[in-house]
Design a binder for this molecule. Structure first.
Ligand SMILES: C[S@@+](CC[C@H](N)C(=O)[O-])C[C@H]1O[C@@H](n2cnc3c(N)ncnc32)[C@H](O)[C@@H]1O
Length: 760
């Protein structure tokens, strides 16, 4: 298949370039200083290239504001960060690679820089390949793709749906890049400066690291003594000292035998590290421990650090309305400094500075772009929706992914955008209108209950599940303290049920699809691999398949804390702020291979298909989940067959028909059905509970009828008995067998309730 073909050729997207943003900020600060001192030549050159002096002033202000924002964001050590960005070994390594990657091609376009921190060893060559390939692909064709992988996914789709035909007359991509770069001359003029600064920073960091090494070499730092002293003093911790102790502890943990103090175990150091991280970064011990368990101590530190830094701002061109070149030009004219997010994506733009609010430009209001985190593109790229398909976005508000799906489908087919929150659907509807998505229907259901009961048989389903948000702490630091143990039980439970519903809503006979993508913006195993593992047990009719996102990101875990997961979990993808400089994300793609087996039901909805939950589900201690697989039944050619094409029989509907038949039967016998109803049931009937009322009152509230029935039963033939409907049995049941009759009535009752629920 085409999925991943382009990715193979062009290589994975490089991480977003935070270094460039940091450098721009630093450069601006230095620029201001230099100006105060009389100015520096190279800054003047940059100033000369600035077409509009007023805009430049504004930009400088914007940068300062940004820099201040960065300082204000995250309590501890912020000043330190803004002055000399703290670099973990991983970051230093990235910087090295970045500098190397950018260096050989000074004349190349901005893209190289924006992805210059890529970790791929032969990034230059990969970039070159990407660039070559762009010539054959139109700008608009990929425009819907996100900043990162969109390009590759989109390309993968092109084999079956050559979108370039629709948009190939947009422009020559190489020309577009050049024009864009020329227009964005300021960014280009900084390139060499930035490269040099990268190298300088790298050298500084190395010196700092080696100095630190020297300090502790040959001695065993008394880290615990420091901690005790501070604790005894009862004073607020000095953040600078705390940070130093964290790095010291990390070093000791790296060589415990040499540096560890006698009598102190690894666990002691880990506990100290955990405590210090909680104090320094402001996490609850519960969450800090959970997050630390995902990494080595050193990498955990890098992760916590990355959570203190905002991710790069990225916008996605909406190709339903424009193309990237036109958009970039328009924004540059407004004083936005940007560059293409990567050559493999012709729609993503990384924004470095903006003199105007990006959420209020005329282009924004006209729906030419949407502000969208780079990682948000990944699930949609993995979903790879095709034109003319039926796609369900099960938890869709505010619609970043929905609108992307819609655009990838070129406004063809149908996108059902659902969200359980009515309030949030307002934002969703706003985005759909603004971006001009005309193939999208919005609905407001609890995904667990509504699908596939109300609607099923989709070619593809995206479940971008509600989650704890541990991947987006830089955006929402409240996650550090407001997520409790209970959340980490309740939320994964909901995610499991939603994913089961997503699977059951997918048409495994789809000629073009049959795929489900599950994603979260959380990094915990409970919300990711464990959820997938659960549904693999519950639904043997799905398997994990390649996301098509190439080697970008890390593989999902195949084991965690003694738990073993499906070996294909390596096909799932994890993204981390400190590795890829994107929000933490998880993406898993599933392929449905057959109809869902009878399984279980959650949310207290009684099973109505008579199929019991499977063994594994019971073992897992889950409540039963009702499964109504509305996958159309088709012949070998995939053509729908007769009535079954609309799905299996609806037992709830049948129950209503049976109850009606019972009322008619009573009438035929000369009995007024209403006469057998007591006042209560009459009230119920008025409220629409006719079936329940008829059943229960006939069996319990009408002694004469019941007695008559018993007499009849005594005399009656076996044949008559056999002919009785369940409702009849219920009506005429002898007193001694009432319990079972009641039991038989209760599903009917619960079914009526469900009918009403569904109707609502
Ligand atoms: C991660 S957000 C979705 C973001 C969206 N996919 C986007 O790209 O803009 C999760 C969404 O799930 C919705 N949600 C929560 N519980 C749900 C449920 N049971 N069924 C459907 N949607 C639900 C929330 O209202 C929230 O909007």
């Amino acid at each position: 298949m085409g999925v991943g073909r382009r990715m193979k050729k062009q290589g994975p997207p490089a991480p977003l370039d935070q270094a460039t943003i940091n450098l721009i900020k630093k450069r601006k600060a230095a620029e201001a200083e230099a100006k105060a001192e009389g100015g520096k030549k190279r800054r003047k050159a940059a100033a000369d290239s600035e077409p509009e002096p007023e805009t430049k002033k504004l930009k400088t202000k914007a940068v300062k504001a940004k820099a201040n924002g960065a300082v204000a964001n995250g309590k501890p050590g912020k000043e330190q960060k803004s002055e000399a960005p703290k670099k973990t070994p991983a970051k230093v390594e990235k910087s090295k690679k970045s500098a190397k990657a950018v260096e050989p091609e000074p004349e190349s376009e901005d893209d190289d820089e924006s992805w210059g921190s890529g970790s791929a060893p032969d990034l230059d060559q990969l970039m070159q390949d990407e660039f070559d390939e762009l010539d054959g692909v139109s700008d608009g064709s990929d425009a819907e793709d996100g900043k990162f992988d969109e390009g590759s996914v989109f390309d993968s789709e092109e084999e079956d749906h050559p979108r370039e035909k629709m948009f190939s007359d947009d422009e020559d991509e190489s020309d577009a890049e050049e024009k864009l770069t020329a227009a964005n001359i300021e960014g280009l003029s900084r390139k060499l400066d930035e490269q040099r600064e990268l190298e300088e920073e790298e050298a500084r960091q190395e010196m700092q690291d080696s100095a630190l090494q020297t300090n502790i070499a040959g001695e065993r730092p008394d880290i615990f003594g420091e901690a005790d002293t501070a604790a005894k003093a009862g004073i607020a911790p000095n953040m600078q000292l705390l940070r130093t102790r964290i790095t010291d502890t990390l070093r000791v943990l790296g060589d415990l035998a040499t540096l560890g103090q006698p009598g102190k175990s690894r666990a002691d150091y880990m506990q100290l590290l955990l405590d210090d991280i909680c104090t320094y970064y402001g996490y609850t011990p519960y969450l800090a421990e959970k997050l630390m368990s995902l990494f080595t101590p050193m990498e955990a530190f890098a992760f916590f650090e990355a959570n203190e830094i905002p991710r790069p701002v990225v916008i996605r061109t909406n190709t339903l309305r424009t193309n990237r070149r036109t958009l970039a030009q328009a924004l540059i004219n407004r004083g936005v400094v940007l560059q293409p997010v990567g050559k493999w994506s012709k729609v993503g733009l990384q924004v470095f500075e903006s003199a105007v609010p990006l959420g209020a430009t005329p282009e924004y209001l006209a729906g030419h772009y949407i502000l969208q985190a780079a990682s948000s593109f990944l699930p949609v790229m993995a979903l790879a929706p095709q034109e003319n398909e039926r796609v369900l976005d099960m938890a869709s508000a505010p619609g970043g992914k929905t609108t992307y799906i819609s655009a990838l489908m070129r406004n063809t087919g149908i996108v059902v955008a659902n969200d359980a929150s009515k309030v949030r659907t307002k934002g969703l509807i706003g985005n759909i209108h603004r971006l001009g998505c005309k193939n999208t229907i919005v609905c407001n259901y609890n995904g667990q209950e509504a699908f596939p009961k109300i609607l099923g048989g989709f070619d593809r389903v995206l479940l971008d599940a509600p989650c704890t948000g541990t991947g987006v702490i830089s955006k929402d630091p409240s996650v550090k303290t407001n997520k409790t143990e209970r959340d980490f039980l309740a939320i994964p439970h909901m995610q499991r049920q939603l994913l089961l519903a997503a699977i059951d809503s997918t048409d495994h006979h789809s000629k073009t699809g049959g795929y489900i993508v599950y994603s979260t913006c959380s990094v915990t195993v409970e919300e990711n691999e464990q959820v997938v593992q659960y549904v693999l047990r519950k639904r043997p009719n799905v398997k994990i398949v390649d996301t098509g996102l190439g080697s970008f990101g890390s593989e999902g875990f195949t084991s965690y804390m003694g738990k073993k997961f499906d070996e294909k979990m390596t096909l799932t993808r994890r993204y981390f702020p400190h590795r890829e400089n994107v929000d933490g994300f998880f993406v898993c793609k599933l392929k449905k291979t057959g109809p869902s087996p009878g399984a279980s039901k959650t949310n207290g909805v009684a099973a109505n298909n008579g199929v019991k939950s499977d063994k594994s589900a019971s073992e897992a201690g889950d409540t039963d989940v009702e499964v109504i697989d509305k996958t159309p039944i088709t012949d070998d050619n995939g053509n729908a067959i007769g009535e079954d094409a609309f799905g299996p029989f609806d037992e709830e509907e049948d129950a209503e028909l049976i109850a009606r038949a019972e009322r008619n039967r009573l009438r035929r016998k000369g009995i007024n059905p209403k006469a057998v109803l007591d006042k209560k049931t009459k009230k119920d009937e008025k409220n629409g509970k006719k079936e329940d009322a008829a059943a229960s009152s006939a069996s319990e509230k009408e002694p004469s009828t019941e007695q008559e029935s018993v007499d009849k039963r005594k005399k009656g033939s076996k044949k008559e008995k056999k002919e009785k409907t369940p409702a009849e049995t219920e009506t005429e049941i002898p007193a001694e067998v009432k319990p079972s009759a009641d039991a038989s009535s209760s599903p009917s009752s619960s079914k009526s309730k469900k009918i009403k629920k569904a109707k609502k």
